[in-house]
Design a binder for this molecule. Sequence first.
Ligand SMILES: C[S@@+](CC[C@H](N)C(=O)[O-])C[C@H]1O[C@@H](n2cnc3c(N)ncnc32)[C@H](O)[C@@H]1O
Length: 359
Amino acid sequence: MMTTVEEPVGLDVDTLMAFVLRAVDEVGATLNAGLVVMGDELGYYRAMATGPTTPARLAHDTGTAETYAREWLAAQAAGGFVALDPVSGEYTLPPEHAVALTDEQSPAFLPGLFQLALGTLADTGRVVGAARAGGGLGWHEHGPDVHVGCERFFRPSYHAHLVSEWLPALDGVVERLERGARVADIGCGHGASTVIMAQAFPASTFVGSDYHAASIAHARRRAEEAGVADRVDFEVAPAQEFGGSGFDLVTTFDALHDMGDPVGAARHVRSAIADDGTWMVVEPMAGDSVHDNLTAVGRVYYGFSTLLCTPASLSQDVGLALGTQAGPARLRDVVTTGGFTRFAQVAQTPFNQVLEVRP
Ligand SMILES: C[S@@+](CC[C@H](N)C(=O)[O-])C[C@H]1O[C@@H](n2cnc3c(N)ncnc32)[C@H](O)[C@@H]1O
């Protein structure tokens, strides 16, 4: 029997082809996550930061196989990460790209974000299963690329902004830290923020906490390496139960939306903070409506929200699933329901908003 396939009426073939080609570009970008992690791990970018190279030279400089260096360089040139001189056959990493791809202290440093993305994508199948079953996937259930990538992505930004901009934006907090304050950093992960604050304010004491025991073990090592372990304690505890009371400053960096019960966390912070204390909540940059967040950064955050942060929240009791793009109005609602009365957005970067929350 003969069948005929009819083109749907009104289908614009040019629009279809334009979408397919744009999507193919995105497949290239998806594969580039693996290529950036490869370049970071094998030292390709660091070797290229010293000057133009060829596949043979790059392989020699990094002690790797030339065929991989050859294909990787071509892929990087096709994606515009490096430039190819068609006459000499040499590949160059522009100096601005070299900063973004090799300078681990720069707020422009990118490999941590790619490592986090790749580690997240590796667990896509488990998220698909959780979406079918209506369950979650805990932060602790992911591989080390998620935990290490997260630290490497956020640390440079905390290094650049936390002491110089974010803490000074809070009313009276720097003066208290200089005099000697008690600080709790909850959901501290590998402790990057805790250690940076401890280094800047030697008269103050700090307690970092996180429900993920492996992250806290990592944080303890970081504090020792930084020489601040005498003033920094770490504790394995969920945000609804961390120890201590009368804190002058409580901080939460990119963790509130990952929690199953952020309102319960807010209630506990209220009970643990001094009446004249401050809770600094750093959350992903976001506006209040989906429409506000349809940007390049919003797209990345919605991707992480779907595959990483929302499953993390759903894996815990309550499972509020705020998502990475909750926006200031929703966050205000969470902390005021938890017992706080004052709320202000006091600083922002392209990636983060800084909220001052007070009793
Ligand atoms: C995106 S990471 C941020 C880590 C760290 N604050 C940083 O900025 O690098 C989110 C962190 O929240 C922690 N977390 C999730 N739910 C938590 C809970 N209920 N109590 C305490 N920590 C929690 C995770 O273990 C993870 O370390």
